[in-house]
Design a protein around this ligand. Structure first.
Ligand SMILES: [Zn+2]
Length: 353
């Protein structure tokens, strides 16, 4: 759908849009490198003495054309080459956290892809150091709390992923978990069995992308649930095709981080529009909603994504509140911290006396 049409659709219920925008929220499926806006790429390229093959921001944004996951990933990985120094990662994370705080996200767990940076000779200390400094500064200045999830880039080698994990473990107090992203085709979850076991042994939580409509998707969801023993699944919408897997996920209390903008964009390109959010809610699954890679999705951050999902999936105020509550319940935080955030949400939705 053209962006103008989407914006018009999102404006159909301004009262609901205001309710969503001011609501305290979480976000768990956001790739920091996917928040790298075109204008920041120019700033970082200039600072690092790199020449970009685009005349200006508009020309760069015009190049963001993709019709499947591989064509998206090619643009995404190319774009992050401007990230070289600790300060670059600081600026990137600060920009996202500032945007998130302005949208009333009170807590976020952010993905990053260190293998791509290590490949370019950037030390792990610069990557995690810059992001961690930004997390602390954003919490002090804006009140937004955040944690960090290291993602394995699944289409690189298993050895590369293990090297990244080993390089990150000295900084593990700055990490809350590990995840699995990039191209799932030919890179099933079991490729990372040893990595996930090692991460868990080091006290980290585990999640994994199970992208929509991937080859062997149900098989991979099953492996992620039963073999990798993930705490969460990122995307995972095809699970609704398997009542058995739905039952397993419900019994284990698995939370899904669903990104309707990203899935919708690819599904529209594939001519298979399906309402993933509605299907998962109807199956009784616990889902949260996130923006995924907003810099490449028309700069639609969480509020835009939620407002459009509410419109597209005909979400009621109660369903939106339940999705927000799922977010706080799913937090990889101590129970007391989660309860305090849930109380804040309940205070927000409680009708005025
Ligand atoms: Zn993702």
């Amino acid at each position: 759908m053209p962006r103008q049409a989407r914006a018009a659709a999102a404006a159909t219920d301004p009262q609901l849009a205001r309710f969503i925008a001011a609501m305290p929220k979480t976000e768990y499926h956001v790739h920091l490198e996917g928040t790298l806006e075109a204008d920041m790429k120019f700033v970082l390229a200039h600072r690092n003495g790199l020449k970009l093959p685009f005349a200006d921001v508009a020309a760069m944004k015009a190049s963001y054309k993709f019709n499947d996951l591989p064509s998206f990933l090619a643009i995404y990985y190319d774009g992050m080459k401007v990230l070289l120094k600790e300060q670059d990662f600081y600026d990137l994370a600060c920009a996202y956290l500032t945007k998130a705080a302005s949208q009333n996200i009170v807590y976020t767990e952010m993905f990053f892809d260190p293998q791509e940076h290590l490949k370019r000779g950037v030390p792990m200390a610069a990557v995690i150091g810059g992001i961690t400094r930004a997390r602390h500064d954003a919490q002090a200045a804006l009140g937004i709390r955040s944690q960090l999830i290291l993602c394995f880039v699944r289409d690189l080698s298993a050895e590369s992923a293990m090297a990244a994990l080993d390089a990150a473990l000295p900084f593990k107090e700055h990490l809350v978990g590990v995840g699995l992203d990039s191209d799932e085709k030919g890179n099933p979850p079991e490729k990372f069995r040893a990595h996930f076991a090692k991460a868990r042994a080091n006290g980290l939580h585990v999640t994994a992308h199970c992208d929509v409509d991937q080859v062997d998707t149900l098989r991979n969801i099953r492996t992620a649930l039963l073999d990798l023993k993930v705490d969460r699944i990122d995307h995972g919408g095809n699970i609704v095709q398997s009542p058995e897997l739905v039952a397993i996920a419900r019994e284990r209390g698995i939370y899904f981080t669903v990104c309707p903008t990203f899935s919708g964009t690819l599904r529209a390109a594939m001519q298979q529009p399906v309402d993933v959010v509605r299907a998962m809610l109807d199956a009784g699954l616990k889902l949260t909603i996130s923006s995924d890679d907003p810099a490449y999705m028309g700069s639609e951050y969480l509020n835009d994504v939620l407002i459009r999902a509410a419109d597209r999936s005909q979400l009621t105020r109660a369903e939106i509140t339940m999705i927000a509550r799922n977010g706080f319940e799913a937090a990889w935080l101590p129970a007391a911290d989660k309860s305090a955030m849930i109380a804040r949400l309940e205070n927000y939705v409680r009708p005025a006396a």
